[in-house]
Design a protein around this ligand. Structure first.
Ligand code: HEM
Ligand SMILES: *[C@@H]1O[C@H](CO)[C@@H](O)[C@H](O)[C@H]1NC(C)=O
Ligand SMILES: *[C@@H]1O[C@H](CO)[C@@H](O)[C@H](O)[C@H]1NC(C)=O
Length: 514
């Protein structure tokens, strides 16, 4: 029987939540008293500070970055987070052992994983190895599929509109809602690699992977409003997992059951075994991870980390291209030379150093978060930085990515978008002299380029993500002209706390290339 909680119960519950949060926050503050704070640090005023931080996170972090040269802390509702602003301390993060600083616990806390993605994301993160090894190794072999899916998805989303609109008249522009369209294209493309051509084009499956990720972010925000002791209670109430799993199972159960059966009978070597995510997961999964349900959950997790990051990053680059037509001619020239030499291939994309630079610059300029490299101190003795600063166990740390990327000390005119900033010296207009060296490429993080993190935990999906970004932009350059509704005016990004998303409502105008 369902009962409505009385107003006294609600009041008692609310009061205890506030008290618990306050006690936790106070303990966190006392432990970090040597670290300078951004915003008020008094018991109640810091609460105001936390609310202010929710609304103005990137500005507050940037102010802290310049005020406190290496380290400071910012208030969340239930804790302080220590933010690093010097390359030396960020390098300490890079070098730290997992036993000292845990990336998994950093994730777990921000995403409330036990109630959103599932505890396995942290307790057995074998999907990281799957992405690092099998998936990344297969990009070359699956390149033709990735390209084919991008061609098909663009045709479905944009080509059809153009045909309806203009018939044989190529002078017409069609209005395309950018982020929404790019999310669909990225969902299809990623899942062509993950689960194959049939399922990746199923619109319910495509949308499921877009929407599940959004649900995870929303529920994590709500669940994180509650203190830890109440999470086991409220977590399941707000969990997106049951619904997401039910929807995913409709599409994936027969496929995975079949594959488990064949693997059981023939092992890893059978004729026609697809080179896809299911095979790669089965290469690494052991014990309970080999159940249909856990494998499906793992596919949802990988879609979660893969789709929105890539789609937002691509949409930002698309806005920059549409806003600045002067980049089109040199990018096309380079692309056409590379395609002439190598056709649509990973090698050709490797030669497009201007394309790489343009995407890397967009990632530097925008990024997906004001802070990256979230870590929690797990060593009982705490963690000591190379400058002697000590943090106790349980402290949360992150690097000031956005502020670093916009610091003139690292980039000349850092607040200017300069699409060819990262083109290696000595590369000619047609790309002559370019090598396939990834040394300066977008996939290579450094202490001043943190969009993919840095060190051992740097994003394992970045090799695939960069391939996808390049092929999508190259496909647009080859086939379309693009512009913005208000020509030359870049649609502003949207911030949610520390998360940055490409403008969700802006349109890009497409027309057949003339
Ligand atoms: C442009 C797109 C992407 C961006 C900007 C991005 C960014 C990031 C960042 C900042 C991290 C944290 C790194 C750290 O803390 O040091 C991360 C981790 C991760 N990313 Fe990505 N990512 C992207 C695409 C992808 C894709 C396509 C996949 C999967 C195919 C993926 C899988 C992961 C995984 C599994 C982790 C956790 C790694 C670990 O805990 O060791 N990412 N990503
Ligand atoms: C999450 O679940 C795992 C395994 O079920 C457990 O060990 C861990 O303590 C939980 N973490 C939180 C923050 O609830
Ligand atoms: C997104 O871009 C549109 C068009 O440029 C603009 O009108 C809108 O205000 C932007 N949204 C945000 C949240 O800035």
């Amino acid at each position: 029987m369902e009962t409505t909680p009385s107003s006294t119960t609600v009041l008692a519950l609310s009061v205890s939540i506030v008290v618990l949060l306050y006690l936790k926050f106070k303990r966190s503050s006392a432990q970090l008293h040597t670290i300078p704070t951004m915003g008020p640090s008094g018991p109640l005023s810091s609460y105001r500070g936390a609310l202010n931080y929710l609304r103005n996170a990137p500005k507050i972090i940037q102010a802290g970055y310049y005020k406190h040269k290496s380290i400071f802390r910012v208030p969340y509702l239930d804790k302080w987070v220590v933010v690093l602003s010097s390359p030396e301390l960020i390098n300490d993060l890079r070098k730290a052992r997992d036993d000292d600083l845990s990336a998994a616990h950093g994730f777990a806390a921000t995403l409330a994983v036990n109630y959103t993605l599932g505890a396995g994301f942290v307790t057995n993160p074998y999907h990281v190895r799957v992405i690092q090894s099998s998936l990344t190794r297969s990009i070359n072999a699956r390149f033709a599929d990735i390209h084919d899916e991008i061609v098909t998805a663009f045709q479905d989303e944009i080509g059809k509109l153009l045909n309806q609109n203009s018939g044989f008249d190529t002078s017409n522009w069609v209005v395309v809602p950018a982020l929404k369209t790019v999310l669909r294209i990225v969902s299809c493309t990623s899942n062509r690699l993950f689960v194959g051509v049939e399922l990746c084009r199923n619109t319910d499956y495509r949308d499921l992977n877009i929407e599940f990720a959004e649900d995870v972010m929303k529920s994590a925000k709500v669940i994180n409003l509650f203190p830890n002791v109440l999470k086991p209670l409220v977590g399941p109430m707000f969990s997106p997992l049951p619904r997401g799993m039910a929807r995913a199972k409709k599409h994936l159960v027969p496929m995975i059951e079949e594959r488990l059966k064949v693997e059981e009978e023939y092992g890893k070597d059978w004729e026609g075994r697809p080179n896809d995510l299911i095979s790669w997961l089965l290469e690494h999964a052991t014990g309970e991870e080999r159940t249909v349900s856990n494998l499906i959950q793992r596919i949802l997790m990988i879609n979660f980390v893969a789709i929105h990051t890539t789609a937002s990053s691509f949409t930002q680059a698309l806005y920059h291209l549409a806003a600045a037509p002067e980049y089109v001619a040199p990018l096309r020239e380079e692309l056409e030379a590379a395609l002439l030499d190598d056709g649509w291939s990973k090698a050709a994309m490797g030669k497009c150093v201007k394309l790489d630079s343009f995407l890397r610059e967009s990632q530097r300029f925008n990024g997906v978060s004001a802070i990256n490299m979230n870590r929690m101190v797990t060593n009982p003795a705490g963690f000591t930085f190379s400058d002697g600063t000590h943090l106790p166990r349980g402290s949360f740390i992150a690097a000031a990515t956005y502020a670093t990327h916009h610091d003139d000390a690292h980039y000349a005119n850092a607040d200017m978008f300069d699409g060819f900033r990262f083109v290696p010296r000595g590369v000619g207009a047609g790309g002559e002299g370019a090598t396939e060296s990834a040394k300066f490429g977008m996939v290579t993080p450094d202490a001043a380029f943190l969009s993919f993190g840095l060190g051992k935990h740097a994003c394992p999906g970045r090799f695939f993500a960069v391939t996808e970004l390049k092929v999508m932009l190259a496909h647009i350059l080859q086939n379309y002209d693009v512009k913005l509704e208000r020509e030359g005016v870049l649609p502003p990004s949207e911030w949610f706390g520390t998360t940055c998303v490409a403008n969700r409502s802006a349109n890009v105008l497409f027309k057949k290339r003339t």
